[in-house]
Design a protein around this ligand. Structure first.
Ligand SMILES: Cc1cc2nc3c(=O)[nH]c(=O)nc-3n(C[C@H](O)[C@H](O)[C@H](O)COP(=O)(O)O)c2cc1C
Length: 389
């Protein structure tokens, strides 16, 4: 469809943000030490390489930013830290705190003495070469003095949300996913509250056509198989995504089972037929056993990365191997390894908009602890349902 071109002398700020927000960026933290030796820093999306010879980079700070003032007053040296996909919390902390931004963020001094944030995927030490005036922003040109790589994938920022790079993860046709991402963002404070309560990770998983897409995450668990789960995709097939089957119609339940039925024994199939009602009765889905289920997560990640010896068939076989860990009938055994609990968040039309998953601790938990997780999860899902209404 051709773009409609409107010409008008006035550019509304909301329109400006909306249109320019179509352009994704990475996220860096520009750091320095102030005169007292305290780390100062600013989250910046407007970072770019400028010139190779001489080596120059640039970023564009808001003239009114107090963080920029602190950086500027600290001297002419600064370090650009490219944040990793798992460092959304670092980004939020540095962007929102006014003072003592680094009190719980680990860092090492760069050759120029500026903070290099632990876990950054790259750092670039600079000396300010020029500062240009540009409307309500400055354009800071830095000459690169030193630079190096860390590990991992970078954090990305797009339309007000965070993510990580995944080839074709927002391919044409994923318009549904974009709608879901907007809804999930409304539920984000509730996800963060739950993640804080248990010191773990809370993820939002949505069904896009025939795939379960891990669309957002809050907090962290050391049990994750990869640094960020965001972007992971798994087939919508038993035993995964049981909340969707639980609240879906007969056709959806059938689709949930038929995709994997060839890999299942008749006994497994029989048991899985009961699962949607079990989940609906409890109000949540439960998954037990860390090593088995992290193996499944590992295989799905390999498939996504197009590892040569992993096929969709390998993944379905792995799913069939772990069905017993999902949604066992009552009573749930004592001292289990609680992998995760998932509950539905409903759209205004009563369908499941997305599911929230809270990830359990490494050590086995008593039944009362499972109940505590379940109650907190259900309360969070109810609040999220209200938030998106
Ligand atoms: C992802 C992200 C990218 C940002 N990019 C810029 C930027 O390019 N330039 C800028 O001036 N502020 C940027 N900000 C905002 C600043 O980091 C900072 O939060 C803002 O200036 C707050 O004002 P303060 O420095 O007075 O606390 C960005 C914030 C986020 C979360």
């Amino acid at each position: 469809m051709p773009l409609t071109v409107q010409r008008s002398g006035v550019i509304e700020s909301a329109r400006y943000r909306q249109v320019l927000g179509q352009y994704p960026t990475g996220v860096v933290v520009v750091t320095a030490l102030d005169a007292a030796g305290t780390a100062v820093g600013m989250v910046v999306g407007s970072f770019t390489s400028v010139s190779l010879d001489p080596p120059l980079v640039a970023f564009l700070p808001d003239k009114n930013s107090s963080s920029w003032r602190s950086l500027r007053e600290s001297g002419d040296r600064f370090c650009v830290n490219v944040l990793a996909a798992a460092q959304e919390d670092v980004c939020r902390a540095v962007a929102t705190r006014k003072t003592d931004k680094f009190h719980d963020i680990g860092w090492q001094p760069s050759p120029q003495g500026n903070p290099i944030i632990d876990g950054a995927v790259a750092w670039i030490d600079c000396v300010t070469e020029q500062i240009h005036d540009a409307g309500d922003h400055d354009i800071v040109i830095g000459r690169v003095l030193d630079l190096d790589l860390g590990d991992g994938e970078p954090l990305l920022f797009y339309r007000g949300g965070y993510g990580s790079f995944m080839p074709h993860s927002l391919a044409a046709g994923d318009a549904d996913l974009l709608d879901q991402l907007r809804r999930i963002d409304l539920a984000r404070p509730h996800m963060e509250g739950l993640a804080d309560l248990f010191g773990t990770e809370v993820t939002a998983i949505t069904l896009v056509r025939d795939e379960l897409v891990l669309a957002a995450s809050a907090g962290r668990t050391e049990l994750a198989a990869s640094p960020t789960r965001v972007g992971q995709r798994l087939p919508f097939a038993a035993p995964l995504g049981s909340c969707y089957a639980a609240y879906g119609d007969a056709a959806l339940r059938e689709r949930w089972l038929s995709t994997i039925s060839e890999q299942l024994t008749p006994e497994q199939l029989e048991r899985l037929r009961e699962v949607p009602d079990t989940v609906r009765g409890r109000g949540y889905a439960i998954a037990l056993g860390h090593s088995e289920l992290s193996d499944l997560e590992r295989i799905s990640t390999l498939l996504h990365e197009r590892a040569p010896d992993v096929s969709p068939e390998t993944l379905r076989e792995a799913m069939a191997r772990v069905t017993d860990g999902y949604n066992p009938a009552d009573p749930i055994p004592a001292d289990v390894e609680l992998r995760s609990l998932s509950a539905p968040v409903f759209a205004p039309d009563g369908t499941v908009a997305f599911t929230l998953t809270v990830w359990g601790p490494a050590e086995p938990v008593a039944p009362e602890e499972v109940t505590r997780y379940a109650n907190a999860l259900l309360a969070t899902a109810t609040n999220a349902t209200r938030a998106i209404a």
